[in-house]
Design a protein around this ligand. Sequence first.
Ligand code: HEM
Length: 557
Amino acid sequence: MANPFQAGLMPTAGIAALSGVVFHLSIPIRNAEFEVVMFPFIVGSCFAFLSFAWSFAQFGGYGSFGALAKTVWVAICFNTGLLTSIGVYRLVFHRLRSFPGPFWAKLTKFHAAYRASQAGQLHRERAELHKKYGDVVRVGPREVSVMRKSAVQLIYGPGTDCVKSTWYAQAGNDHTITSLHMERNRPAHRLRRRAWDRGFSTKACASYEPRIEKLADRLVEQIRETNCKPIDGTKWSMFYSFDIMGTVAFQKDFNQTTSGTEHIAIKGIHDTMGLIGVLGNTPWTLVLASCLPGAASGFARFFTICATILKEKEKSYDPEENPQDVLAFLLKAAREGDQTAPPTRKALEDDIRLMIVAGSETSATTIAYQLYYLAKCPDKQQKLREKLFEAMPGGPSTWTHAALKNVPYLDDFINETLRLKPATVLGCQRETSEKGLRIDDDIYIPPHTTVMVPMQGIQTDPRYWPEADSFVPERWGERREEMGTDGAPFFAFCMGAHSCAGKAVAMISMRTALSKLVMEFDVAFAPGEDGVEFDTMEEENFSTTCKPLQLVFTPRS
Ligand code: HEM
């Protein structure tokens, strides 16, 4: 029998390419979650490469250079066979083959990563795809986007059997070391969520109110000192929101509203958001990138600061005291050996990072958009002011959290902002169960498919929302029935088991800032600012990254 290690280039190419095809068809990689098997796969590939090089030298009679060159040739041909087989399978035989969508999206998720790297506006592109292809679009090899009201409850609602997709494995799939948000294991998530919910209970939130009010007052003072000079509303919303999160989550003052500069930990997050927006489309590349020295240095700084926060908190934590912040609730559970505690120290550290990122970026974006709508719609601004003064006729000095309860228009204003500009603008990915997912009579999505409803797309879909693109807070109040608001899809805080844990705090901090700013100032676009770039050029990095917005705050007294 001829020695295969001495075969010529073309026979070697044929055997290698065929092996690539056989590998794809015979080994269960077709449904494997690559994020989960990536490290064994990479180690196996390196081992195979070295074994081939050694075998060519040992049995084929090649020198070192020849053996290496032949191995590279084998690798190229093997991967060509493998990728061709994967491509043909995805286009012709895949369980999602009947769903329409862009050609390259069906082939590879690198298509989405590429598109995200171009303008960072996948959410806008997704809306266009739905206009072109209909309610269900294949947006990845095993991913579909569904623009249908009935899909929202089925995918996210309390009774859903969909689970979090591999997007949530981007920090690894070991659920004992990831945050609550990345926890894909349902029973474990349910347990851990209970400790978080204690940190956001009505009683706990009431205890955060004075701290939130103090920070809002600080914001007002700082803005007053600008003396009607233009300031960047996006930046100041961010300063305020991160300061709030610091004090609510672990009683740390990031001092951004005082200094008017970005804290180094927060800068670390912002420096990395763009990378997450692009590579989050192929989560395994994000895992790889995080292993490269220097690639995530900004995030590394953020990690170090969070670890320090935890150490400091552990020192000052008094188990006899009632918890005064969210982290204290988690520490209490951990110290008491409660099963709702984060399962490991690493998970606890990841939870701290989650508090800052999930709590601040989202609120910052939403407050920035509220400022935008105040400036864009002066009539709505004036109406909100009148309602606030009706509830607090003595003016800003008589402001109280309790009085805000008598101003439903404040929540109408916030809800309308969240409808048009939800913070997670593209939406959240889930994976269908073993049974697949039936939506109405005409859509069946097969098992283990990544599914999502584009959040901004459906919250501005004219089939469900009259005057869909207009800012009409009244649709949440006096025009509710007429505009059919109750039946329309709205899930800016998501819903079901994975809905936003911090919604109550988010609402308190937004109500506080918005009401105080409107009572204290007239808010308008600065000269030369029309809000168009801010309104149209936002980037989707899971949460939205807003462009600067130049505003003038004119004191009313
Ligand atoms: C306007 C502000 C906010 C909006 C629009 C918002 C929206 C959301 C959404 C859509 C999700 C679901 C994400 C997913 O399924 O991947 C979520 C989850 C979460 N949010 Fe918020 N959020 C806001 C503020 C906050 C605040 C202030 C906190 C406080 C720490 C917070 C903490 C969380 C946590 C911990 C989760 C994960 C929940 C889980 O997986 O069980 N959020 N949020």
